[in-house]
Design a protein around this ligand. Structure first.
Ligand SMILES: [Zn+2]
Length: 344
């Protein structure tokens, strides 16, 4: 994930344990956001044991067991920074999986001018035709940070696995709205980080979010951007201790829809009412006027450390967020492509 700006230094709601955990994270992020105090975030709490995913029949058809298998495969590729052999293996895997689900897949190759030189990058987009040309765009980055030993189980891996399973569930089925599921490259800052302290503090807008900027620009040029009714970005949603906060850079009505959907499904303990301000892959679209929401759990002690590994994530968390994504898409169908009343 990108970086967290202007975080608020007070947190008023949520159960005590979570409030403390979030407070510890805010203190730990003091170097980023200018809050007073300092704390070793990773020492602040223990990650709970991963919980199994509920059956797909209880999560709107989202198969959390299968999503977890995708995540294991992705992590097994190892560190996956742009223009490396590992990310090329991941690209082949993503395209093969999406095609096996019956998705139409477009692969957009481009070159990005980064602080590390000119890098080959790839956006991979699965497209599900709808009765309406209006688009719901789902987005995740699939690259990982350039830090020794960093496999990005949560940061990069979890949201990629989530959207693979969403694609598995939706491809080949009729859809009221057109659905695009985009896996974007080059979200992380293109720096060879020497240590996690650097990786948690250095950020340059001009040296990151390459894939999302490319996709937004291409869609603007093609005229498709104006058809996007909603962008749902997933990032860092695999944390076994799931607590997703609202983002003040996201579009309020769309966040309201996601949060009310989560509440209706009984997931209010995971979708908190606290707000942060996050710079992430939704921003190139926000700047172009697209209604966008970043679904992110930034209360993750292992963010941008080599300890962001599978044991910190949970199939249950993938299933919860997957369920909310599928149900939110249905709510967007109702909002933008209501079924026409028959005359018979
Ligand atoms: Zn990151």
């Amino acid at each position: 994930m990108a970086i967290w700006r202007n975080a608020r230094c007070s947190v008023n709601r949520g159960p005590r344990k979570r409030r403390l955990a979030l407070g510890a994270l805010i203190l730990g992020a003091a170097a980023l956001v200018g809050c007073s105090g300092a704390s070793n975030v990773a020492d602040a709490r223990q990650t709970p044991a991963p919980q199994p995913a509920p059956p797909a029949s209880e999560t709107g058809g989202f198969n959390g067991v299968r999503a977890w298998d995708y995540l294991k495969t992705i992590v097994d590729f190892g560190p996956r920074p742009p223009d490396t052999p590992n990310i090329r293996r991941e690209q082949v895997y993503l395209v093969k999986q999406l095609e096996s689900f019956g998705c139409a897949v477009s692969q957009d190759h481009f070159h990005a001018q980064t602080d590390l030189g000119n890098l080959a990058m790839d956006n991979i987009v699965a497209k599900i035709p709808g009765k309406s040309p209006d688009i719901v765009l789902l987005l995740s980055h699939y690259d990982t940070l350039r830090l020794a030993g960093f496999v990005g189980a949560d940061d990069g891996g979890s949201s990629t696995a989530l959207l693979l399973e969403v694609a598995h569930d939706m491809c080949g089925k009729p859809s009221p709205l057109t659905i695009w599921i985009a896996f974007v490259d080059g979200e992380e800052d293109q720096v060879n980080f020497a240590n996690q302290q650097q990786a948690q503090t250095i950020w340059s807008d001009n040296n990151a979010e390459f894939g999302s900027r490319e996709l937004a620009a291409r869609m603007e040029n093609s005229g498709e951007l104006k058809n996007v009714k909603a962008l749902l970005l997933a990032d860092m949603i695999g944390d076994a201790d799931l607590d997703i906060t609202r983002d003040s850079n996201s579009t309020p009505w769309l966040e309201d829809l996601i949060w009310s959907t989560a509440k209706h499904l009984g997931y209010s303990q995971y979708f908190l009412s606290t707000t942060m301000s996050v710079d992430d892959d939704h921003m190139p679209f926000v700047r172009k006027g697209v209604a966008s929401a970043d679904v992110i759990d930034f209360d993750y002690p292992y963010w941008h450390t080599a300890e962001d590994t599978l044991d910190k994530c949970s199939p249950h968390s993938l299933a919860v967020v997957g369920h909310v994504f599928l149900a939110t898409i249905q709510a967007l169908d109702k909002k933008f492509a209501p079924p026409k009343k028959g005359k018979s």
